[in-house]
Design a protein around this ligand. Structure first.
Ligand code: AR6
Length: 165
């Protein structure tokens, strides 16, 4: 799987699967999840209700609704709340791994990830970038392309640095 860092808004990505940074009750919120819910529309919340709760380190999958037809599925990954859900690094790596497994289950070729847990959930940015790159590199998958979508320049730099290591 090729891993590429790009700067931008994940709701504009041309991929089979968009991953969002969800919370355990799967009720939407701010940050990237807010943007994904706005783009997908209200059907998304309805589809999530029977799948909740989703514990940290896990992920669930729904159709893409308003994000389609370009995007086929949304994976709702729950990263750890830093300082609350432990062990944080293992839970964060697991959220990435389970998301990739969700992509493989539907035969996806491409996926876009946000920097899970690095906003409202408070995970230190550089460490989170390292954990995500290490986890994604070790995974066996039929995905061809994985976009790491940095919303700001700091995230882009740290992901590039983690990829170069
Ligand atoms: N595209 C890509 N990345 C984005 C976008 C976007 N449109 N918007 C924000 N980011 P966060 P978390 C970046 O807080 O820390 C929500 O309320 C953002 O700059 O979205 O896992 C959920 O409902 C940051 O780098 O996710 C949960 O309750 C990264 O996405 C909780 O926050 C993650 O920040 C999850 O917290």
């Amino acid at each position: 799987m090729e891993i590429q860092v790009v700067r931008g808004d994940i709701t504009a990505c041309d991929v089979d699967v968009v991953v969002t940074a969800a919370n355990a009750p799967l009720i939407g919120g701010g940050g990237v999840d807010g943007a994904v819910h706005r783009a997908a529309g209200p059907q998304l919340l309805q589809a999530l209700r029977p799948l909740a709760p989703c514990p940290p380190g896990e992920a669930v999958r729904t159709p893409a609704f308003g994000l389609g037809p370009r995007v086929r599925h949304i994976v709702h990954a729950v990263g750890p709340r830093y300082g609350v859900d432990d062990p944080a690094a293992e839970l964060l790596a697991s959220a990435y791994r389970v998301s990739v497994r969700q992509c493989d289950e539907v035969g996806a070729g491409s996926v876009a990830f946000p920097a899970l847990s690095t906003g409202a959930f408070g995970y230190p940015l550089f460490e989170a970038c390292q954990v995500s790159v290490q986890a994604l590199r070790r995974i066996e998958t039929s995905l061809r392309l994985c976009l790491l979508v940095a919303f700001d320049e700091r995230t882009r730099k740290f992901w590039e640095r983690a990829l170069a290591a």
